[in-house]
Design a protein around this ligand. Structure first.
Ligand code: DLL
Length: 435
């Protein structure tokens, strides 16, 4: 179902005009109200009236996490705190988080956009949607909750964690939609299977998954074990939360809510736009935010854009699934490695379970690269030589793609930590003791 036909199927020329008007208002809005942006624009000699075309967005400064951190907690807010009705914060790994705020109008827009995402995935008012994102500072829980309610689905606000209780509710309430990270969905499958839950007999039919990358292999694994269709949706706290883009039933990328976000794809090194369809860093300028508008936010997420009309009827551009971030690239013995490359190698090998951990240490000044993997019971053998051969096989496959030797360590099923939130795939202990 198309939730907002007027905007989601808009003629692209008309859409560009709308985007330009909204960009102009946003630039005036931040120039008037956010000292950080006034200074940045003045330094560049740019005035809001200089934005005459969408290409003029390139006259504006990029915004990165550092600027948002330096103004902690409320320095980037464009409205008085009295007009802010909700705050959330981003899942920062170290130090202070980034605090984002919403006016009543922002919450309404957000709800509309998460409703769009849910509708894109095929959710309707007849569904029962079980929420396994946390309700808290993370934008996932509340963000998706209100969109699902607006659609008229029956929301089960179970929140993150307590997997047994989730499984009980799923059976007792006849849940049809699961909302979570893909890794938590997989964990739910694992716990459910152990407890004897027959997912094929449940009415569960759609997964609204987001918040972290999901490879094709993991998606298939979830689909076959939970007997559902897994869909992907993307967003980030700094520009709103979930609701930025979502996958439709055509399975051809994630439609971006372009009436609310202007996106660019740039080369992360030169900052220049890439050729249409090329991979680069996604840059987002929200066009309708009141409390927390940012200009050209550097997401660090790498993707490609497609602007041809989709078979679902929507004209909104589609982004490919995000599998890599510019800042999750590891440099191991001088070689650039993305965790998603390791994952793609592993999941093509028969018998490897979708749980792994990359562990990096520094030993005598050298990088030590270990990949811990869980393997299926069928692959386990009491014969030492078989296990050594299997490990060698995995190591060779990794070497063929990465050009690096990794020590492959087989660990017992269940050893790699499971989480109710975003999975952690890398443990980088290099430099922890000052080396
Ligand atoms: O993860 C917002 C969200 C919640 C989106 C629930 C979808 C569903 P943050 O905690 O600020 O916000 O993290 C944002 O997570 O820059 C990406 O690197 C990653 N991310 C989010 N969704 C996806 C996705 C939320 N579908 C950061 N695929 C982003 C890949 C994703 N990565």
């Amino acid at each position: 179902m198309i939730w907002n036909r007027e905007y989601e199927t808009m003629d692209r020329e008309a859409l560009r005009e709308l985007q330009l008007r909204r960009l102009q208002s946003t630039v005036s809005w931040v120039y008037e109200r956010v000292p950080y942006y006034r200074e940045e624009l003045d330094r560049r000699g740019v005035k809001p009236r200089d934005i005459k075309s969408l290409e003029d967005v390139r006259k504006l400064p990029f915004t990165d996490k550092r600027a948002l951190r330096d103004t902690y907690p409320f320095g980037m807010f464009a409205v008085d705190l009295d007009d802010v009705v909700r705050i959330h914060s981003s899942s920062g790994t170290t130090g202070k988080p980034i605090v984002v705020g919403y006016t009543r109008g922002d919450l309404n827009t957000w709800t509309e956009l998460t409703a769009r995402v849910a509708a894109e995935a095929g959710v309707t008012h007849t569904d029962r949607a079980q929420m396994a994102f946390g309700y808290g500072m993370f934008t996932g829980g509340f963000g998706m909750h209100y969109g699902l309610e607006r659609i008229g689905a029956t929301v089960i606000p179970a929140s993150a964690g307590n997997t047994e209780r989730h499984l009980m509710m799923m059976q007792d309430f006849q849940t049809t939609v699961l909302v979570s990270t893909p890794s938590y969905a997989l964990y739910m499958a694992e716990v459910g299977e152990k407890a004897g839950v027959d997912f094929s007999a449940l009415p569960l039919r759609v997964g609204l998954f987001g918040g972290e990358p999901c490879s094709g292999a993991i998606r298939q694994e979830i689909e076959s074990r939970l007997h559902i269709r897994a869909t992907d949706n993307y967003g980030l706290s700094e520009v709103m939360g979930p609701g930025v883009s979502g996958e439709c039933e055509a399975d051809a990328g994630l439609h971006i809510a372009e009436d609310h976000f202007l996106v660019e794809i740039v080369d992360p090194v030169t900052d220049e736009p890439v050729a249409p369809g090329e991979e680069g860093e996604l840059i987002i300028t929200p066009l309708t935010k009141e409390a927390f508008p940012v200009l050209r936010y550097r997401t660090h997420d790498l993707t490609r854009l497609h602007t041809e009309k989709c078979s679902c009827g929507r004209t909104l551009a589609r982004m490919e699934k995000v599998r890599k971030r510019t800042d999750d690239m590891l440099i191991i013995r001088g070689v650039n490695v993305f965790p998603s490359q390791v994952e793609d190698v592993l999941f093509k090998i028969e018998g490897i379970r979708p749980h792994y951990l990359i562990v990096l240490d520094r030993k005598q000044g050298l990088d030590d690269f270990e990949v811990q993997i869980e393997i299926a019971e069928e692959v386990f053998s009491d014969i030492m030589a078989d296990m050594v051969a299997f490990t060698k096989h995995v190591s060779e496959k990794l070497h063929a793609v990465l050009g690096l030797h990794a020590r492959v360590k087989l660990v017992e099923p269940g050893t790699v930590e499971r989480t109710a939130g975003k999975a952690k795939r890398v443990l980088d202990r290099r430099g922890e003791d000052g080396c």
